[in-house]
Design a protein around this ligand. Structure first.
Ligand code: DX5
Ligand code: ZN
Length: 220
């Protein structure tokens, strides 16, 4: 079944646990944590203290998306803070194989992401070495942007390659996902869908209602 990974970037940080308590009342298993360094992307989000403090009372799979240069420097600290899955960017690592190994050797799941303008052919050779491939469907850095349509073709391509080669790598999509385009990414073949603003800052629906709406679409 397709899983939802709500991105806390769009949550209410002045009462974060209140938003997380709503997620706890749904079937959500993942929590997407967007880490930005102001260098790899033109924005700064949050870091270890926030992850550590939400780890105490929440059992979600911490899906940690590192939009930072040379993430290898901080793998140990993300592990200590409570990350379960660490996704790094292809463009951010001078030694990607070493970075992937370091995450695996820490006992964590490893994901690889790539920016919309990066050639997907560069990612294909890594699919057998990673647990998850994260397709960025917006330029990384900010929530609330519009979905880039050619991401669909990338998801389809990854799905075929993974299935044809019997790989276990999951496909995740991140950026611009709303209830109205969810079906499209599911049909293309994703396993995990990230959604931030459409879940945490929806104009009409509560977090619970919006997550349940996503599950209705998933179960269709
Ligand atoms: C963007 C982040 C996303 C972001 C998604 O750099 O990686 O996870 O929070 O937000 P929405 O769903 O609002 O596009
Ligand atoms: Zn993200």
């Amino acid at each position: 079944m397709v899983e939802i990974s709500p991105s806390v970037l769009s949550a209410n940080f002045s009462n974060l646990q209140n938003d997380l308590d709503q997620l706890k009342k749904t079937k959500v298993k993942y929590l997407h944590l967007d880490i930005m360094d102001g260098k790899f992307v033109p924005n700064i989000s949050f870091g270890f203290p926030i992850i550590k403090s939400i780890r105490e009372d929440n059992d979600f799979i911490f899906d940690t998306h590192l939009m930072i240069d040379e993430p290898i420097r901080y793998i140990d600290q993300f592990k200590k803070s409570g990350a379960d899955l660490i996704t790094v960017h292809y463009e951010a690592c001078s030694n990607l194989d070493e970075t992937i190994e370091k995450i695996k050797n820490s006992g964590l799941k490893v994901g690889l992401s790539f920016k919309p303008k990066t050639d997907i052919e560069k990612i294909i050779p890594y699919l057998e070495k990673i647990d998850l491939c994260l397709v960025m469907s917006v330029e990384p850095g900010f929530g609330g942007q519009s979905f880039i349509e050619d991401s669909i073709g990338k998801i389809q391509k990854l799905r075929s390659y993974i299935d044809d080669n019997n790989l276990s790598c999951l496909i995740e999509v991140d950026g611009g996902i709303k209830d109205h385009n969810l079906k499209k990414v599911i049909d293309a073949g994703v396993d995990v869908v990230v959604s931030g603003s459409d879940i945490f800052s929806h104009k009409e629906n509560s977090i619970i209602d919006q997550v349940n709406k996503y599950y209705e679409i998933i179960n269709e």
